[in-house]
Design a protein around this ligand. Structure first.
Ligand code: FES
Ligand SMILES: [Fe+2]
Length: 444
């Protein structure tokens, strides 16, 4: 163990190392292969216009387009003839045509036309050549793609929070100029809300977030949960942050829950995927969810999803970012890829440690040929999730820290017990059980 002595910057200078297994996302890299086993959102539907759009996902340069019959195509950026970029191509009734010599490609990459060649050439090219293409589907305003081996393509997962009747889902995009793991880590770090989002600058969400609370982490078959159980006056607020592996995240509400008002099984106000652009950039593609169990409709305004995502607007002057730093400042400030071997992890980082360890294990298994599990095999219809808030009126009782701990565990256990129920039944059951806990106190 290194001892700590004053003024030893010299001994700690020079470049540190990254967690190479987890941070590299390009084709053929360990984490890149792991991530390629899942559907990821790659754009918002409203971003796909009449022209093809260039994008980069998992270190691949791609072009996303809609042909004139309305079908999506996600293809390698460069034409297989002489590598012109298809971002300058023309969307046709069937597929996309390269601007340079007019080759036409279907959305699945099939070469349809090779104009201007002697007889027989088109036939030969069509049977021997293909444009790289990926399957795409649109769901509630986000465009998803699967970049992995076709034979391992999983079913598209539908999470319970994405099908809540009466809720409005607004797609948004949050860019981060850093590696995906830094962005993912924050969701399993309930402590940072008390500091970054409250005590260090201004209350970016509400007063209750400034309470540190009792933290606990749960490992689930589909991922990890981090709970923070806080005392707010006579109430106990249990907030659940969630990662469904590898990169789907949920938390509670940003503005609907502050611990002062009762809430029974409130659900996430932002459901998001942390999608690597490449090793050095990340885009969160997500919905802000408004309604009774999400965030208030009053935040469904321009800038509202940005405040829900990180408590501050994204694009701000440098000085304001210094005065009121939010998640982008915290994660990007680490550098494009943080130096993992210079971290000093402490008990509040346990969720991060567990999550990284589990991903390393899954990646090692994948390298040996064992494909990772999918939530759709565990939950073929709708996937139960946990991100959300519960606020119960339970005044302080003796050793309050111990009491908070026990309440947090009881609230989670009654949810786990209801996991196999159908969504409607589960909601009603959990809400009734929470009200019962509030009325009758903790089980002995
Ligand atoms: S480079 Fe695309 S058709 Fe020639
Ligand atoms: Fe945050």
């Amino acid at each position: 163990m290194k001892t700590s002595v004053p003024f030893d910057g010299y001994r700690r200078s020079g470049p540190g190392g990254h967690d190479e297994l987890l941070v590299r996302v390009g084709p053929g890299t360990p984490a890149g292969e792991y991530l390629r086993r899942y559907w990821h959102p790659v754009a918002m539907a409203e971003e796909v216009g009449r022209m093809p759009g260039r994008l980069r996902i998992l270190g691949e340069d791609l072009v996303l387009f809609r042909d004139r019959s309305g079908r999506y195509g996600l293809v390698h950026r460069n034409c297989p003839h002489r590598r012109a970029s298809l971002e300058f191509g023309v969307c046709e009734d069937r597929g996309i045509r390269c601007c340079y010599h007019g080759w036409l490609f279907d959305v699945d990459g099939t070469v349809l036309e090779v104009p201007g060649q002697p007889e027989g050439v088109e036939e030969r090219v069509r049977s021997s050549t293909r444009l790289g293409a990926y399957p795409v589907r649109e769901y509630k305003g986000l465009v998803f793609a699967y970049l992995g081996p076709p034979e391992h393509r999983p079913d598209f997962p539908v999470y319970d929070t994405l099908e809540m009747p009466g809720h409005v889902m607004v797609p948004y995009r949050a860019p981060f100029r850093c590696n995906w793991l830094q962005v993912l880590d924050a969701i399993l770090d309930p402590l940072h809300t008390a500091f970054l989002h409250s005590r260090m600058s201004r209350e970016q969400f509400s007063r209750g977030f400034g309470e540190i609370g009792e933290m606990k982490f749960y490992e689930r078959p589909s991922g990890f949960l981090g709970t923070a159980t806080r005392r707010v006056d006579d109430n106990v607020w249990v907030r659940v942050n969630e990662v469904v592996l590898p990169n789907f995240t949920q938390a509670g509400a940003a503005f609907a829950a502050d611990g002062t008002r009762r809430r029974y099984f409130g659900r996430t106000a932002f459901a998001r995927w942390v999608v690597p652009v490449d090793d050095h950039e990340t885009t969160c593609l997500a919905w802000a969810i408004f309604g009774e169990r999400g965030d208030p409709e009053s935040y469904n305004v321009p800038g509202g999803p940005e405040l829900i995502e990180q408590g501050e607007l994204f694009d701000r002057p440098y000085e304001e970012r210094q005065r009121f730093p939010a998640d982008a400042e915290a994660t990007e400030g680490m550098g494009a890829i943080t130096e993992h071997d210079r971290e000093n992890l402490v008990p509040s980082d346990r969720g991060i440690t567990l999550c990284r360890r589990r991903m390393r294990k899954i990646i090692a298994a994948l390298q040996k040929g064992d494909e990772p599990d999918h939530v759709t095999s565990m939950w073929p219809s709708m996937v139960p999730t946990y991100g959300g808030d519960t606020v119960l009126r339970l005044p302080a009782n003796g050793d309050d820290q111990a009491f908070l701990r026990r309440v947090g565990v009881a609230v989670m256990e009654l949810q786990f017990a209801a996991e196999t129920l159908a969504p409607d039944e589960r909601d009603a059951h959990v809400i009734a059980a929470l009200k019962d806990l509030e009325a009758n106190g903790l089980p002995a």
